[in-house]
Design a binder for this molecule. Structure first.
Ligand SMILES: Cc1cc2nc3c(=O)[nH]c(=O)nc-3n(C[C@H](O)[C@H](O)[C@H](O)COP(=O)(O)O)c2cc1C
Length: 242
């Protein structure tokens, strides 16, 4: 049974508990073909994905991603990467050389990787699989690069666990539409919307500590610099970010 795309999109919930059942090669290829079908800047397709099934590698990745158990538990892990290495070779074949020294080059490839990842997510979900994005792949990027043998100019942007959900999906409500939709010009968020959303999230029962709602959690999350080592790691991998 095929579910209409919009309905499928609105069924999304991250899945962090998986059955041990593997994801077949056929499904993996259908998922990555869907990722390839996404828009890509100038048709450069400057992204790659490393599919990891090996248990020891998943265990290692789980540790590198901040000890996230679902990374080890999911039968399949996809590492979506910005990839300018392929374009180095394409340039050589064309008798030219690539200048990927600006922030824009990195951003274009990172955007390609993320857009591809979201197509993969929707494809996987439409096949009945569950997914969870893993930003934790950027916690210790140089070690991930080493583990996955990523060459220069290939950088891990986001990971994704994929597998068969072991529990019913639990959806997280989103902010009211007008908090994110601005007509013609930008308008600031209204405090009452933030406070109402905080209540909505508390009422879901998702939070183990009901004392802390969405506001306190989000504020805590962003109060310190996020991954301050990242720019240096990206430079080390061959992107100057000028
Ligand atoms: C770029 C990105 C990185 C994320 N990183 C992680 C992660 O490292 N670990 C995790 O468990 N969830 C991660 N998530 C999932 C979010 O926590 C989740 O999407 C969010 O809480 C909303 O919940 P929902 O996806 O169930 O609607 C990530 C999501 C995105 C988009």
């Amino acid at each position: 049974m095929t579910i209409p795309a919009l309905e499928q999109i609105h069924r999304h919930a991250s899945v962090r508990h998986y059955t041990p059942e593997p994801v077949s090669d056929d499904l993996l290829e259908r998922i990555v073909r869907a990722a390839q079908a996404a828009s890509t800047s100038s048709n450069l397709q400057s992204w790659s994905v490393v599919a990891v099934r090996n248990e020891a590698t998943r265990q290692h990745l789980a540790e590198l991603c901040g000890g996230q158990r679902h990374v080890a538990a999911a039968p399949l892990f996809l590492a979506f990467c910005a990839d300018r290495a392929r374009l180095d070779r394409a340039c050589q074949l064309a008798g030219l050389s690539q200048d990927a020294s600006t922030l824009e080059s990195f951003l274009v490839s990172a955007l390609d990787a993320v857009i591809a990842a979201q197509n993969a997510a929707l494809a996987a979900e439409s096949l009945g699989l569950g997914i969870c994005y893993i930003g934790g792949i950027r916690n210790r990027p140089l070690e991930v690069i080493d583990l996955l043998k990523l060459p220069a100019k290939v950088f891990p942007i986001v990971g994704m666990t994929i597998g068969w959900p072991a529990r019913p999906l639990r959806q997280r409500p989103r902010l009211p539409l007008h908090s994110v939709l601005h007509h013609e010009t930008y308008h600031p968020i209204r405090d009452e919307d933030l406070l109402a959303y905080d209540q909505t999230m508390r009422a879901t029962g998702i939070y183990k500590d009901p004392e802390k709602g969405w506001l306190a959690r989000s504020a805590q999350r962003v109060q310190n610099p996020e991954r301050p080592h990242l720019a240096e790691a990206i430079r080390q991998q061959g992107f100057a970010l000028k």
